[in-house]
Design a protein around this ligand. Structure first.
Ligand SMILES: Cc1cc2nc3c(=O)[nH]c(=O)nc-3n(C[C@H](O)[C@H](O)[C@H](O)COP(=O)(O)OP(=O)(O)OC[C@H]3O[C@@H](n4cnc5c(N)ncnc54)[C@H](O)[C@@H]3O)c2cc1C
Length: 445
């Protein structure tokens, strides 16, 4: 087994200054400091997060789950109020059969919505601050140097790895790939990591509707609007309020223009917008970004490791949380164990395997959600159950809390499954399905 370790003066290159690259850098500096190890980190980032629109944005719904907000603040990373666009305190569930507002299980305002860049294309609002820029700023404070350059090549050398940009060629002791799902950059890693297979992806959709603060407040409030509609390919559709904007996120398989149109033209979605405003007619910033639906294989070798979306993420939800988990695990490995392939296999791989195992459960949960989406009776029963739960204490709103965690990614899929399989929850759900066949649902106004 090879023994390769970081030493005083070791140089690390992090390719990608999204959340994974930033979390790695923050934790690597903190842990090295604790060990009395003097390292330096250069972060290469192709985008400028101060720019508006796609060139400054790592396309995302912008929800930070409550569990992540708590974990980050325990690490001393407190997301500042100027980055948070809105605190989400409830979700509004929309079905063809009706709409209900479901408060967070314990009436606390604990998830945040924010922009990854500094706002949608065309926006002139200078108060919009980027989450990714905030994290990069923290890295800079810890000592990292940020190069706003695209890495164009990576070369393996006997005693290091060379990073090539249009301006420079620099050798490093360790290279950390936090390049998201960028196919060209992932190909560069395939060249230097034997057996590396990039993640499998599918197309999603994001759109930012500029409605103005008043209209957003009136029609969407501090609520994430989630849609369980019987439409093909869509596993999750949500409208998320953010200051003057409402972000539409569609997740599923190979979302295209036709699927988007079927969603925005549906009566249930149009009813959420101010009277006379047709979502399809609003001039908006939109894109079809990829999402990780199957994690990478062998994302490491001697002196190189991939983290975040480039290796393992959480299926459909809380990708920023997964970037935190894998970024921290890689930092812990390189500081305490070493930077050889065997070190990553021993200490980093188990973390990725745990995410993989949880995603397998997640796939099952989304399969069941799809079945519910397609069945009028199952949907009515589920709806009836959550409407009824709103009159109960927080701890008794079991299905509401299961749905909250499914929609926000605040808990592991394993925890969601175990809570759903609770006999009381199952029996109550079945009873509600049976009764809803005969009785209409009373809705909360
Ligand atoms: C539609 C959609 C909605 C989502 N909603 C949410 C949500 O609400 N909450 C949540 O937690 N997650 C969400 N996610 C997932 C989340 O966006 C990702 O999991 C997260 O961004 C992963 O972080 P990362 O740092 O690994 O990659 P990224 O954020 O993609 O960052 C990678 C960085 O690497 C840079 N890079 C790539 N190649 C190079 C190169 N050659 N040289 C220099 N730099 C390079 C890129 O410019 C980029 O900044 C969503 C994803 C999608 C597609």
């Amino acid at each position: 087994m090879k023994n390769i370790n970081l030493e005083n003066g070791s140089k690390i290159a992090v390719i990608g200054g999204g959340p994974a690259g930033s979390f790695f850098s923050i934790f690597a500096y903190d842990l090295a400091d604790r060990m009395g190890l003097d390292i330096s980190i250069d972060i290469y980032e192709a985008k400028n997060f101060e720019k508006k629109g796609p060139t400054g944005c790592n396309h995302c719904g912008g929800i930070v789950s409550e569990s992540l907000v708590q974990m980050l603040s325990a690490e001393g990373i407190v997301i500042p109020s100027h980055v948070i666009r809105r605190g989400i305190e409830s979700y509004t569930l929309h079905l063809e059969q009706g709409t209900t507002v479901i408060d967070t299980p314990f009436h606390e305002q604990r998830i945040a919505s924010m922009f990854r860049g500094s706002g949608p294309l065309g926006s002139t609002d200078t108060s919009l601050k980027s989450f990714d820029a905030y994290l990069l700023e923290l890295c800079k404070k810890k000592g990292a140097t940020i190069y706003y350059e695209k890495v164009t090549d990576i070369e393996n050398e006997p005693d290091g790895i060379t990073i090539v940009t249009s301006n420079s060629k620099t050798k490093y002791d360790l290279v950390v790939g936090a390049v998201g799902l960028n196919p060209k950059t992932l190909n560069l890693f395939q060249k230097i990591i034997p057996g590396f297979k990039p993640p499998t992806t599918t197309k999603t959709y994001i759109c930012e509707f500029d409605l103005g603060f008043e209209a957003v407040n009136k029609h969407f409030g501090n609520s994430m609007h989630v849609f369980l509609l019987n439409l093909p390919n869509i596993k999750f559709g949500a409208l998320i309020p953010k200051g003057n904007y409402v972000t539409l996120v569609l997740l599923g398989s190979e979302i295209n223009r036709e699927i988007v149109d079927s969603f925005v033209n549906s009566q249930t979605v149009r009813a959420c917008f101010p009277e006379g405003v047709e979502p399809k007619n609003i001039n908006s910033c939109q894109c079809f970004p990829s999402i990780n639906i199957k994690n990478a294989e062998n994302p490491y070798s001697d002196r190189v490791v991939l983290i975040g979306d480039s290796s393992s993420s959480k299926l459909y939800k809380n990708g920023i949380g997964a970037a935190y988990i894998t970024g921290k695990a890689a930092a812990t490995t390189v500081i305490f164990d070493g930077i050889a392939k065997e070190d990553f296999k021993k200490s980093f791989q188990p973390v990725c395997s745990k995410l993989d195992a949880d995603n397998a459960i997640g796939k099952m949960i989304f399969l069941v959600t799809t079945i519910i989406q397609k069945s009028k009776f199952l949907k009515k029963g589920l709806f009836r159950m959550v409407v009824f739960e709103q009159s109960k204490e927080g701890s008794q709103r079991k299905m509401s809390s299961v749905l909250w965690d499914t929609f926000t990614g605040s808990a592991s899929y394993q925890s969601i499954l175990l809570r759903t399989l609770n006999p009381t929850v199952l029996v109550t759900l079945i009873w509600n399905i049976v009764i809803s066949v005969f009785k209409p649902i009373k809705q909360k106004k």
